[in-house]
Structures are given as structure tokens and as C-alpha cells.
Design a protein around this ligand. Structure first.
Ligand SMILES: NC(=O)c1ccc[n+]([C@@H]2O[C@H](COP(=O)([O-])OP(=O)(O)OC[C@H]3O[C@@H](n4cnc5c(N)ncnc54)[C@H](OP(=O)(O)O)[C@@H]3O)[C@@H](O)[C@H]2O)c1
Length: 329
């Protein structure tokens, strides 16, 4: 399969997709960074959604039972798959978090989904993962063979990594620090809301996109740039500290399997080499509006960069992992 990007395409129309009352979109990862916004975006357009997750997902404001249902869904438990797929014709796919080989559970599910009548699938992958590459890259490679209508989203790094439960968000709140092995490498950080907006169009546009979309924000920024912006909006001395590849790998390995920790450290090394120093016009081309800047995102989320005092002390203890002695830059 050969995948182009949105940069190759003419601006899209706004033709709504599902056309019958029976059409339902199954949204996996429905409580996550992009999934919950895809649910909200679809229901706001009157598209019926089934929200799939392990922990349950609340309906967006204004979405009644005719537009929103939920399903208990675990990628690793096929017994949860049948009910989730009932009456579904499109799927938004967020891979199981932490799985090194998500294709092992996703591809059998996708074949089953196709047999049960699903005709369109939109996969959340990553700008760092090529078609056929590791992780979601294997699912990317299988998608067009299984479904007549498809799209793969390849976003750059999420702006949401600096708030919430991500390690960078925790480290900012606990120690006013971001630790990476990216050196001065730049990244086209993107707001999850812009990714979700592209996902919604990929799920409902006619004709189907049938392409891969590399999705970035409006500018490529280093982690030094990110720290400076967070420092400006919070008034705190937030900084980016560089660690070595080995230090970053070992730090990740304290919280996850060694193989996955190595994969994440490899991504930092790739950023340092400059491969993520790019921007695309995908968000504007697909949605008709430009992507959000990090400065705008940071101002809107200024309070999320600040933990309370107990939170900061607790997280500081946990963040000072073995073997980490960051070099301030
Ligand atoms: N963060 C980034 O910078 C970035 C950049 C590019 C691509 N990505 C990709 O984006 C994807 C989402 O990452 P995220 O950090 O934003 O996570 P997220 O979507 O906020 O959270 C993951 C979601 O998946 C669900 N989930 C996890 N394991 C599951 C399982 N076994 N079965 C069913 N549902 C499961 C979780 O809900 P429940 O726990 O309720 O099931 C949660 O809603 C990942 O594949 C990541 O590689 C991330």
C-alpha cells in the first residue's frame, strides 16, 4: 500500500458521512486524549457513537442515548469485542497502550470487524512510526488490505504530554523540569484537539480519505522552547534538562517493560537527530482551520502546569530515579 499525506491533496469538502440511522462509529480509547474529543466531535455533528474503554466513558454534554452508548472493551479480551462491534460500520482505533506488538491483538480484531460489517477504519499511529514499522506500523500496513475505506493518523508529539499524567507533565509540576534525551532537536508538537478534528473528518467525509495523514502543529519547537513558554505562562523557572540516551532508557524502564523503555528512548534519540523537525499543512487542509500553537495551548492550560504543594513533594520523590543526573542546559 502506498500512502500519501494530506499535503498531497486538494482541500476537502465537508460532506457528512454516515447516512443512515443505523450507522454507528466505534471509538476505542474513548476516554483518552484524542478518543474523548473524537466522541464529542462526532456526537456534536449528530453521528451515533459507541465509546469503548476498560474504565467506562461519560457521555459528552448534550449527547443522549440516541447518539451515545458505551461498551466495556479490552483489546486483550476478545470476549469484549462482539458487543462492541454490534451495529458498527466505522471504527476509530487507539492501540492498546504499552503493547510492543499491538498488531497481535488488533489485526485479528480488525478482520473480525470487517466480517461483521465495518467498512471504514481510522488508525491513530505516530509520525515516528512508518507503515510496516514497529508497533502500530504493522497495523498501518494491514489496514488497506482489510478495509475498503481507511485512514492512518500519524501525529507528531502531543502538547498534552506537558499536562496531566504524562511523565513530562508530572516532572513540570514536581520539579519545574522536563527531562529528555532530545538535545536541541525540534518537534512539531500538536494539540490532541487538532488530531481529533482530523480524525472526525477521516471518519465521516465522503469519499473516504484512504491515505496517511502526518499531523503537526504550526511550528517545530525544541524542548528548550517548550520549557521557556511554560516558564513564561507560569512565572516559574521551568527548564529542559538533557540526559543521555542510556539515562533516559533506564528512567523509562523503572515504570515499564525494558523493550518499551528502549523504544521510547529511541524516539528521543530520533528527535535529537532532527527527523521530527518538520511541519505539515494537514490540519488546515482537512479541517479548514489552522492548528493551535503551543503558546496558545500553554496559556489556556497555565493552571495545569502547577501542582499543589503535597503533589509536588510526592512527585519529586518519585521522579528522582536511580541513575538520573541530568545536565542542565
Ligand atoms: N503522546 C504522544 O506524544 C503521542 C504522539 C504520537 C502518537 N501517540 C500515540 O497515541 C496513542 C494514544 O496515546 P495517549 O498517550 O494519548 O493515550 P490516551 O489515548 O490518552 O489513553 C489511552 C486510551 O486507550 C485505552 N486503553 C489502553 N489500553 C487499553 C486496552 N488494553 N484495551 C482497551 N483500551 C485500552 C485507555 O482507556 P481505558 O484505560 O479506560 O481502557 C485510554 O482511553 C498511542 O498509541 C501513542 O503511541 C502519542
Amino acid at each position: 500500500m502506498t500512502a500519501g499525506t494530506a499535503d498531497d491533496m486538494a482541500p476537502r469538502g465537508t460532506t457528512p458521512g454516515p447516512t443512515t440511522a443505523d450507522d454507528t462509529v466505534l471509538v476505542t480509547g474513548a476516554g483518552g486524549n484524542t478518543g474523548r474529543l473524537v466522541v464529542a466531535g462526532l456526537t456534536a455533528l449528530g453521528v451515533s457513537v459507541r465509546a469503548a474503554s476498560r474504565r467506562g466513558t461519560a457521555a459528552p454534554a448534550g449527547a443522549g442515548p440516541e447518539l451515545f452508548t458505551s461498551a466495556h472493551f479490552d483489546w486483550h479480551d476478545p470476549r469484549t469485542h462482539t458487543d462492541a462491534l454490534d451495529g458498527v460500520d466505522r471504527i476509530y482505533l487507539v492501540p492498546p497502550i504499552g503493547a510492543v506488538e499491538p498488531a497481535d491483538v488488533m489485526v485479528p480484531f480488525l478482520r473480525r470487524a470487517r466480517e461483521s460489517g465495518v467498512r471504514r477504519a481510522v488508525l491513530l499511529s505516530s509520525s515516528a512510526i512508518p507503515e510496516g514499522g514497529p508497533g502500530a506500523g504493522q497495523v498501518h500496513g494491514a489496514l488497506a488490505e482489510i478495509f475498503p475505506e481507511w485512514a492512518v493518523l500519524q501525529p507528531s508529539w502531543f502538547m498534552q504530554n506537558f499536562i496531566g499524567g504524562h511523565q513530562h507533565g508530572e516532572s513540570i509540576r514536581a520539579r519545574d523540569t522536563i527531562l529528555t534525551a532530545t538535545d536541541k532537536g525540534r518537534v512539531g508538537f500538536v494539540d490532541a484537539a487538532d488530531i481529533a478534528a482530523v480524525a472526525v473528518r477521516a471518519l465521516i467525509d465522503e469519499p473516504a480519505h484512504n491515505t496517511a495523514h502526518v499531523i503537526t502543529g504550526p511550528e517545530a519547537l525544541s524542548y528548550d522552547d517548550i520549557a521557556a513558554t511554560v516558564a513564561r505562562v507560569t512565572g516559574r523557572p521551568v527548564r529542559h534538562d538533557s540526559v543521555s540516551y542510556e539515562q533516559q532508557r533506564d528512567r523509562f524502564a523503572a515504570d515499564m517493560p525494558a523493550e518499551f523503555a528502549t523504544l521510547l528512548a529511541d524516539l528521543d534519540r530520533a528527535i535529537a537527530s532532527g527527523v521530527e523537525d518538520r511541519t505539515t499543512r494537514t490540519v488546515e487542509t482537512v479541517t479548514g482551520r489552522p492548528p493551535r500553537s503551543f503558546a496558545d495551548f500553554a496559556e489556556a492550560h497555565a493552571s495545569s502546569f502547577v501542582g499543589d504543594r503535597a503533589d509536588r513533594a510526592d512527585r519529586a520523590q518519585r521522579d528522582v530515579g536511580p541513575g538520573i543526573s541530568p545536565t542542565s542546559r
